[in-house]
Design a binder for this molecule. Sequence first.
Ligand SMILES: [Mg+2]
Length: 231
Amino acid sequence: MSIPLLPPGDADLRLIVFDWDGTLMDSPRRIVHCLQRAAVATGAPERDEASLRNIIGLGVQAAVQELYPGADEAFVHQFTAAYRACYLEAEDAPETPLFAGVPELLNWLDAREVLLGVATSKSRRGLDQALEATGLAGYFVATATGDEHPSKPNPAMLRCVMERAGVKPGRTRMVGDSVYDLEMARHAGVPAVGITHGVHPPQRLQGAKPLALLPNLAALLEAFRQAERTT
Ligand SMILES: [Mg+2]
């Protein structure tokens, strides 16, 4: 299978921007657990697991509005605080390992001098904690977080990463597991690859017209290898 991962003609691929949760880190179970805990803590009606997984990838405030339409500002604030406290500190919440193949993929791209970035709906504090825990901070030249930008699929976050890296949309690729990532990329003029090991099923991701849908990061690395061989 040949995927048009690389820019046409002589243009080099210069930047890959990754979503974090559900793309590089297997964190959706912890996110669902903490959304459920935040509902209990705030006395809000609980939502089923499918509804909770569906909003993973939005900024937390946009996610709360999606789960509880018409929620007032005080509730959003209270829910967000309860969610973040659980995610950052709860010792009984599910662990968040990296997905298989993360170091191999990042090392391979890094060795080819492709710049790497992150555009995540996590808070800055949450991303910093995850980068430190995984030892991956040194790979990324630019990162943008959900508390610094409007929620995906607004393209501001992705544009910020491209600007900091000094790379144009045509030489950038976005990699994400949710339709919000793929739509954000489309709004920014950046071709995107969907990875289906995260929160949204293939048929939902396909609707956002990605360059390709791949089952995992090993398949993404293999696609890059093939694209390199055929150019
Ligand atoms: Mg995600």
